[in-house]
Design a protein around this ligand. Structure first.
Ligand SMILES: [Zn+2]
Length: 403
């Protein structure tokens, strides 16, 4: 049957800057780091042996190995590793815990990670045989709000937690991360329309259109603050070249790069949310036109301005969009839609200035709109997919880089 509920996940990642944690936690955190290193060693051997090496005999490693394998089944973790050719070198397996969420006065059932909404704390336990090694971390206002929306409003359940200590590639700060994974069962939304999303290089924006039959019901473009980002890129480049002069300048360069990264990231999050909101509002299945990896690689290698390359990374926003669509039961599909082939007659079109295209047959449009005409043309096929075999991608891979 088509409308069986599917399982979807959302993850909240809390980050705690080690340099800002209370002093008394320092010793516990370094012990936790040691456990993480030991676990990493086991996990690496395990992956290299193709999953044949034995489980650790003693806790806490035994506990983490079991949880890790459980999470692996639940989240396709191991499959994901295999598909990406098992990059063991880069593998940073998190410590996976079972977890409990206390909304009010529920009994504490002694799970590894305990999220207490009333007391506004997250406790990490079970990772050491030493008594009193519980790590208690504060839970901020936004995190609480996020959790309550997922759980109370949307019926999600906290199913597991993952913890890792690592240096952020982007900000260079060492952080303790706690990822809380929520699961929900959701029936696929019945769709009446398509939300066609065209991923261009992000400085041209993400164009979207709601298509119903041959009609475009609504449309728009989502754009990051390109001018600001390009300006900051220039600042960072200047600082980088003066980096040899002093540590202070180097730190400023790093801070600027991290600022850029945060800007792009929060824009991506907002854009993904906006698109899924539109899909729900219009009862539309999401059809995404993502450029081929090979054409993106070509652009990156070519004479594309270095400071614009940041706008060619679609991976993250695409994963955000997929994950959110799954959570809200919005059918999602990726489809290559043409932007330079005429949707009327199939001829290759002439490219004009200002990203316009024109065909011999008289058809003319902005090239970012052409995929919408193609979606309208393919509408019967795409909408029938959307109400049957459309995939609702529910599973995310676990990794130290985030979920
Ligand atoms: Zn034509």
């Amino acid at each position: 049957m088509e409308n069986l509920p599917k399982v979807a996940y959302r993850t909240l990642v809390l980050g705690y800057n080690l340099s800002q944690l209370p002093h008394e936690l320092a010793e516990k955190v370094s012990a936790l780091l040691k456990t993480q290193e030991e676990f990493k060693q086991w996990a690496t051997e395990w992956v290299l042996s193709g999953g044949r090496s034995p489980l650790p005999e003693r806790n806490p490693l035994k506990y983490f190995a079991n949880r890790f394998l459980y999470a692996g089944r639940a989240l396709d973790w191991f499959e994901g590793l295999k598909k990406s050719g098992i990059e063991v070198e880069k593998m940073q397996p998190p410590l996976v815990f079972n977890a409990q969420l206390r909304l009010e006065k529920e009994r504490d059932v002694s799970r590894g990670v305990f999220v207490d909404i009333q007391k506004r704390v997250v406790k990490i336990r079970k990772w050491s045989s030493k008594r009193g090694n519980t790590i208690v971390l504060p839970l901020g206002e936004n995190a609480i709000k996020w959790i309550l929306e997922r759980v109370v409003k949307e019926g999600g359940k906290l199913v597991l937690a993952a913890v890792w200590i690592g240096k952020s590639r982007k900000t260079n700060a060492t952080k303790l991360h706690v990822a809380l994974v929520f699961r929900r069962e959701v029936a696929s939304m019945e769709t009446k329309r398509l939300l066609v999303v065209d991923f261009n290089a992000l400085h041209n924006g993400i164009s979207w259109a709601v298509v119903e039959g041959e009609r475009m019901v609504s449309r728009g473009v989502l754009r990051p603050d390109v001018a600001k980002i390009l300006h900051l890129q220039k600042v960072a480049t200047r600082l980088d070249s003066a980096c040899a002069e002093s540590d202070e300048i180097c730190d400023k360069a790093t801070a600027t790069r991290s600022h850029i990264w945060r800007l792009v990231r929060s824009w991506e999050d907002e854009a993904a949310k906006k698109l899924v909101r539109l899909a729900v509002q219009y009862r539309a299945a999401v059809v995404v036109d993502v450029p081929h990896d090979s054409s993106v690689r070509k652009l990156k290698k070519g004479n594309y301005a270095a400071e614009k390359k940041i706008f060619l990374n679609f991976g993250r926003i695409r994963r955000r969009l997929q994950g959110l669509a799954a959570w809200y039961g919005v059918p999602y599909r990726e489809e290559r839609l043409y932007s330079t082939i005429c949707p009327r007659c199939g001829r290759k079109m002439e490219e004009l200035p200002n990203r316009r295209v024109r065909c011999q047959c008289g058809f003319e449009a902005h090239r970012d709109e052409v995929p919408f005409y193609w979606a309208a043309k393919l509408y019967p096929k795409l909408i029938s997919f959307s109400n049957s075999s459309f995939s609702t991608p529910g599973v995310a891979a676990v990794g130290a880089t985030g979920f």
